[in-house]
Design a protein around this ligand. Structure first.
Ligand code: PGA
Length: 251
């Protein structure tokens, strides 16, 4: 069955103390969510915040990245096994900021997807086009290429564990959201692509999140679209009140 999910990507924000405070406020304000609530704090906070989240049903811990190798001499990196050992069940992979600033390629991301799944983490796999691609109306093909290159080698059983997040780069942190129609158009084309590769039943069960300036004001309209199954939230996940409203907008 298709899951509805709201995931908060804190990025590089909040000290541990602030993060604990935010988590407590989130747990306090969100009761009986209609889907899963995923929180992705910075690495240093995972264990402590994971412990808080584990006290309430439907709340899950996510990392924002992991390394593609199992272990070894990769100074400063963190493995999928380590993330699982501190309570993560999800990992965000392929965020546009990782692709842009850390030069993560489709091939590297395919390797990260593989190790995550092998170790029991569910990838929240991000895709999305930059503004110039949207302007030339080649965004559907651009996103299809990202998904094919990093996900479509998976078996059906593996693919069923993946959550896709469509995040148009021009909408991330810019206050410029995709319209609900633009989001629906892309989400439908992603679902059609999945259907072509894995069949209709798998496509129907695939969770596709929208991300990019999704906030307390626009979440309900975005989530109301038939192929939008929740959101990956950046800025608005740093305020418990806003995040709670967004979770409340799940259908
Ligand atoms: P934003 O970020 O909500 O601040 O636009 C979304 C994301 O990058 O996941």
């Amino acid at each position: 069955m298709r899951q509805q999910i709201v995931a908060g990507n804190w990025k590089m924000n909040k000290t541990l103390e602030e993060g604990v405070e935010l988590t407590k406020a989130i747990l306090d304000k969100i009761n009986q969510p209609k889907g899963l609530v995923v929180v992705a704090p910075p690495l240093t906070h995972l264990q402590e915040i994971g412990r808080l989240l584990s006290t309430k049903k439907s709340f899950h811990l996510s990392a924002q990245n992991c390394h593609q190798e199992e272990k070894g001499a990769y100074t400063g990196e963190v493995s999928a096994d380590m993330l699982v050992s501190v309570g993560c069940s999800f990992v965000i992979l392929g965020h546009s900021e990782r692709r842009q600033y850390f030069k993560e390629s489709n091939a590297t991301l395919a390797a990260k997807v593989n190790i995550s799944l092998a170790k029991g983490l569910r990838p929240i796999f991000c895709c999305g086009e930059p503004l110039n691609i949207r302007e030339t109306e080649t965004h559907v093909a651009y996103v299809a290429k990202q998904l094919k290159a990093s996900l479509f080698h998976l078996s059906e059983t593996e693919f069923r564990k993946v959550v896709i997040a469509y995040e148009p780069i021009w909408a991330i942190g810019t206050g410029k959201t995709a319209s609900s129609l633009q989001a629906q158009e892309m989400h439908k084309s992603i679902r059609d692509l999945v259907a072509k590769k894995y069949g209709k039943a798998v496509a129907n069960d695939t969770t596709i999140l929208y991300g990019g300036s999704c906030n307390a004001q626009n979440a309900a309209e975005l989530f109301a679209q038939p192929d939008v199954d929740g959101g990956l939230i950046g800025g608005a996940s740093l305020k418990a009140d806003d995040f709670a409203v967004i979770v409340g907008a799940l259908k």
